[in-house]
Design a protein around this ligand. Sequence first.
Ligand code: MN
Length: 228
Amino acid sequence: METIQADWDIPTIPLTGGRGSFPVRRIFCVGRNYAAHTREMGRDPDRESPFFFTKFADSVTANGATIAYPPETTELHYEAELVMAIGDAGSRVTAANARGLIYGYAVGLDMTRRDLQRVARELGRPWDTAKNFPDSAPMTAIHPAAEVGHPRTGAIWLELDGDRRQEADLADMLWSCDEIVAHLSRLYRLLPGDLIMTGTPAGVGPVARGQELLAHVDGLEKLRVRIG
Ligand code: MN
C-alpha cells in the first residue's frame, strides 16, 4: 500500500429545525461537576475541582439510535449531561465573554465503562478506555442559543425504562457553563465544531441490553437511546 485514502466523513450532529448539521471537531468532557455526583464517586467536592477528559469526535450517535453494548465491560453506565456546541474560536476568554463562543446546546449521554474506569482510578491510569469508545456520546440535535438562549437553570434528569434515576438543576453545577468555557480555553484554543459535555448529576448506574434511556434538559428536545 503506497498511500492511505481518507475514506471517512467528518462526524456530524443535526441542527434543530432542519437547518443542516454541526460538524464535530473534538469532544471535551467535564468530570465531577455536580457535588452530589462527586460524593457518590467517593470524592470530596470541597477539596477537588472539576477537570477535563476527551472523547473522539466519532463517538457521537444520533438521537433515537439503538447502540451496541460495548466490548470489554460488564458495567456500562449512563451519565446525562448538558452539551455545549462551540461556534466561534477563542483562547483565554473570561467567563463573562464565554457566551460569545457558544453556538448552541444539546442533551447528551457520557456513556462509561465503569468497571474499566474503576481499574484506571486504582492504578492511576488514564480514563480513555473507560470513556472514549464508539457510541459513547449519544446526543440530540443542537439547539442554537439564538433560539433557546443560554440554559443556566432548569431541570436535568434521566429515566431508565421510565424510572427516574438522575435529577438535578443546571444551577447545581460546580463550574457553570461560562466558567467551563473559561477554564477550557486556557488549556486549548476552542474552535468551531468543539463539543463540551458539562458533567452529570448524582444517580449514575448500569444499563443492560434491551433497556431504554431517556434524558431531558428543560427547553431542549429529549434524548432517547436503546441498548442493543
Ligand atoms: Mn460525565
